[in-house]
Design a protein around this ligand. Structure first.
Ligand SMILES: Cc1cc2nc3c(=O)[nH]c(=O)nc-3n(C[C@H](O)[C@H](O)[C@H](O)COP(=O)(O)OP(=O)(O)OC[C@H]3O[C@@H](n4cnc5c(N)ncnc54)[C@H](O)[C@@H]3O)c2cc1C
Length: 387
């Protein structure tokens, strides 16, 4: 009987566990997660805006064939195929490992809040609710920043909400989508400052270009996700975000029995980005590849294609940006109530998919499959070689 250990019960880990459980009765599957609950991270910004967010018991989301341990993983000894658990003199061995510890926080800006974990989103909620009004600046006007700004403004209209980014806003969206965002911000009275270098001070932000000072009661950082340093400490190859370098099959470069799925995985020169949209299929793929390895079959490259980006703009509106499979924006977008409805369906579909994989003996989760590696520009390369 092969022993398979899965680290992390987020979107990737849960999908991996439920898929493995149906691939063979000969696997002993162990899932380890710090908390006994599954938190829908993609709703953390809703929670900070004072909305109820459902918390699920991990045991209720996994197949009965998966054994679950609530524990913090402290060490990974890849050579000896062993995991150590924090505060316990306990070691767990494995034949195959799926590393799906996701991304945690990145404390780059001191004294800033975050919505990366439910606990942090709760701190933000407490801080906003402690005052009737004030000014709050969101650092980073990416997808999370936009969703958080609109959600907070809808719930706390007395607060002045601003979005600040060093880069140009919505650069990877169509012009129509960018204009839609700007019109939404104008209507909701959300201030946007883009393409501006800034410095954070105790009670505000100094804008370098215009030499102006913005008063701020609270800052929230939404950029720069960082992964657990467990991979780095275990001598696996990692990048500056602690993402583990893997082959396109999601297998770790030096260890043929370790696969990485979700935010913790880095496939170089690929179209993949952190998101539950990629974490879930990666979890399933890692499970399928372990099944192939256990049956002496060759591993296959992970394939995935994007279809669109779904962004909520508060509870009543949203924006769906159509994209090609490489995640590049097409001119077409959907806005308003219909987009809000689609976004909510997509959020519900994540937990529904995990449950569906748990409930049926056959495969239930599928996704668009395209090559994930970016096209190489061979003409440029050959030019360089020739010179
Ligand atoms: C506010 C917000 C909104 C978002 N909205 C979207 C969206 O609309 N669409 C989208 O695609 N993505 C969205 N994301 C990103 C998405 O949430 C992540 O990409 C996704 O959660 C990654 O899944 P994962 O399984 O890799 O990791 P995670 O979901 O982070 O799960 C990792 C699990 O590992 C556990 N863990 C970590 N370290 C240890 C340890 N040492 N020992 C034991 N357990 C450990 C954690 O507790 C967690 O349960 C959003 C993120 C945020 C914060």
């Amino acid at each position: 009987m092969k022993k398979i250990v899965i680290l992390g019960a987020g979107y990737a880990g849960l999908m991996a566990a439920n898929r493995l459980a149906k691939l063979s009765r000969d696997y002993q599957i162990h899932l380890i997660n710090e908390s006994e609950n599954f938190i829908e991270r993609i709703r953390n910004h809703e929670y900070s805006a004072g909305r109820e967010v459902k918390i699920y018991k991990i045991r209720d989301l996994i197949s009965k064939r998966v054994s679950f341990t609530q524990a913090k993983v402290e060490c990974l000894d890849a050579k000896n195929q062993t995991i150590s658990i924090a505060n316990q003199n306990k070691k767990i061995t494995y034949d195959y490992l799926i590393y799906a510890l996701g991304s945690t926080d990145h404390a780059k800006v001191e004294s800033s809040y975050s919505v990366n974990t439910l606990w942090k989103a709760d701190e933000l909620k407490q801080a906003v609710q402690a005052k009737k009004s004030g000014s709050l600046w969101i650092l980073g006007a990416g997808l999370t920043g936009i969703e958080l700004a609109t959600e907070l403004k809808e719930s706390y209209p007395e607060w002045k909400i601003g979005l600040l980014d060093q880069k140009p806003f919505a650069k990877n969206f169509s012009l129509k989508a960018r204009n839609y965002f700007l019109e939404t911000f104008r209507k909701m009275k959300i201030e946007l400052i883009e393409s501006t270098e800034y410095r954070i001070h105790e009670n505000g932000i100094y804008l370098n270009q215009t030499k102006t000072f913005l008063e701020a009661d609270l800052f929230v950082q939404t950029f720069g996700f960082q992964c657990s340093d467990l991979g780095r400490r275990s001598n696996l190859l990692v990048n500056e975000k602690n993402q583990i370098l893997v082959e396109p099959s999601l297998r770790v470069l030096d260890y043929t029995n370790i696969f990485v799925a979700g935010d913790s995985a880095l496939v170089q020169d690929s179209i993949l980005r952190m998101g539950c949209v990629t974490a879930m299929p990666m979890g399933v793929h890692a499970a399928e590849m372990i099944h192939r390895c256990a049956n002496d079959n060759e591993v296959q490259d992970f394939s995935f294609g994007f279809a669109g980006r779904c962004i909520s703009l508060g509870r009543k509106s949203g924006l769906i940006q159509m994209t090609n499979s490489n995640d590049e924006a097409k001119p077409k977008m959907i806005g308003g109530k219909l987009a809000a409805f689609i976004k909510e369906l997509v959020c519900k579909y994540t937990v529904f998919s995990i449950r569906l994989e748990r409930s049926f003996p056959f495969r239930t989760y599928f996704w668009p499959k395209e090559k994930i590696l970016k096209e190489q520009d061979f003409s440029l390369n050959s030019g360089k070689l020739a010179s």
